[in-house]
Write a protein that binds this ligand. Structure first.
Ligand code: UD1
Ligand code: UDP
Length: 360
């Protein structure tokens, strides 16, 4: 069996890392195909070096562009590599343009597709990620659903039960594998002059939030109000997309400390010691739930309803007053929920399922 691991953005590198480690451990025949969707050092290379991942065998260097342009360039490049390499199966993770391009290129060549993190739905088709998820799930031969809930969503959409495997989410593996290492190798709190439990953390980058300037201004207003009312430091490692729009707006948030995006060990440390996180990131909603840190999501919906059910997370939308209200609500709760995303062995399960299937 030969596996092609297709990835291209920060969260894919992090969430694929447990699968890559497992392939290395078992000496599986595999290679990494990087689309180059993310390319800045702190959105890409830093994760390969810090997580000690092997270099991508192929990097398409597609970079940024409109959705069609970016996805189209990936499709052409991925097809070429797959024709030459002839893998039995490709693996994609999540909901980015890289994921859709990988799945589409493979399915049209008759190569099996495995979708890691299958069955997530926000039911908001204005999100590019929702379209990518649906199309990828329906092109896949192996659907690795993180939870029973995501499995049920796939079954309800008519996907054959035999194709679906509940494995847990590989983000749990990544957190378990790296949290201890982060404590010994990184001291972000000291570098930033912060005390554990005495600051707030924010990450906001989604297209529907930052490209929409009314929503982004409301979010900034909400962050400023939260910071003022709670009188705690608020740190925001800012994604390049959000930085670009902040510059266009010419806004300098007051009381919000903007820093460069962090490496994974540094971010894990900052996240696990924070009092509360405000975010629109998918991965961060999961990680806070795993780490026992309360989360307020600055969106109107989530494809991670498990976090709402266990009450690690609450939706606040983008109204500044509502953001403050939801932060206070989350701080009044106990942080004693159980992580619904699995036991940290998702990567092993996925590689085992692929290795045990005679088709691949
Ligand atoms: C993409 C994903 C999103 C995911 C996010 C993870 C899609 C449709 N979106 O969004 O689902 O949550 O990655 O972080 O696939 N840029 C840089 N350096 C980089 C990468 C991007 O400066 O390394 C800037 C460019 O100005 C670019 C912008 O960020 O135009 C957006 O990048 P893009 O890859 O299109 O989407 P993301 O917002 O990163
Ligand atoms: N992350 C990081 N450094 C940062 C911000 C986030 O390493 O400065 C990690 C975070 O721990 C999580 C992942 O990036 O694992 C989430 O990626 P992102 O928010 O970009 O994308 P999403 O999950 O929303 O697709």
């Amino acid at each position: 069996m030969k596996i092609s691991i297709v990835l291209g953005t920060r969260p894919e590198i992090i969430k694929m890392s447990p699968i890559i480690r497992e392939c290395e451990r078992l000496n599986v025949d595999y290679f990494i195909l990087h689309t180059g969707q993310h390319y800045s050092y702190n959105m890409d290379r830093v994760f390969f070096s810090q997580l000690e991942l092997p270099n991508a065998k192929h990097n398409l260097d597609v970079g940024s562009g409109s959705h069609g342009e970016q996805t189209g360039r990936m499709l052409v490049g991925i097809e070429k590599v797959l024709r030459n390499e002839e893998p039995d199966v490709i693996l994609v993770e999540g909901d980015t343009n890289t994921v859709l391009a990988g799945a589409l290129a493979a399915v049209k060549l008759g190569i099996l597709v495995g979708h890691v993190e299958a069955g997530l739905r926000s039911y908001d088709r204005t999100m590019p990620e929702e379209i990518n998820r649906i199309l990828t799930d329906h092109s896949s031969d192996y659907l690795f659903a993180p939870t029973e809930k995501s499995r049920q969503i796939l079954v309800n959409e008519g996907i054959a039960k035999e194709k679906i495997f509940v494995t847990g989410n590989t983000i749990v593996d990544a957190v378990f594998q790296n949290l201890e290492i982060s404590k010994s190798r990184r001291n972000v709190l000291r570098d930033l002059g912060l005390d554990s439990g005495e600051y707030l953390l924010a990450t906001i980058h989604r297209q529907e939030n930052v490209d929409n300037h009314k929503r982004f201004c409301n979010i900034i207003d909400g962050l400023e109000r939260v910071q003022k009312e709670l009188d705690l430091e608020l740190i925001y490692p800012i994604h390049p997309r959000a930085m670009k729009h902040l510059k266009i707006l010419g806004v300098e948030p007051s009381g919000v400390r903007l820093i460069e995006p962090l490496d994974y060990l540094g971010f894990l440390q900052l996240e696990s010691n924070s009092k509360l996180v405000l975010t629109d990131s998918g991965g961060v909603q999961e990680e806070t739930c795993i780490l026992g840190v309360p989360c307020v999501t600055l969106r109107d919906n989530t494809e991670r309803p498990e976090t709402l059910e266990v009450k690690s997370n609450v939706l606040a939308g983008t109204n500044p007053h509502r953001i403050v209200k939801k932060v206070k609500l989350m701080l009044s709760h106990n942080n004693d929920w159980t992580n619904p995303f699995g036991d940290g062995k998702a990567g092993c399960r996925i590689v085992e399922i692929l290795s045990g299937d005679r088709r691949s």
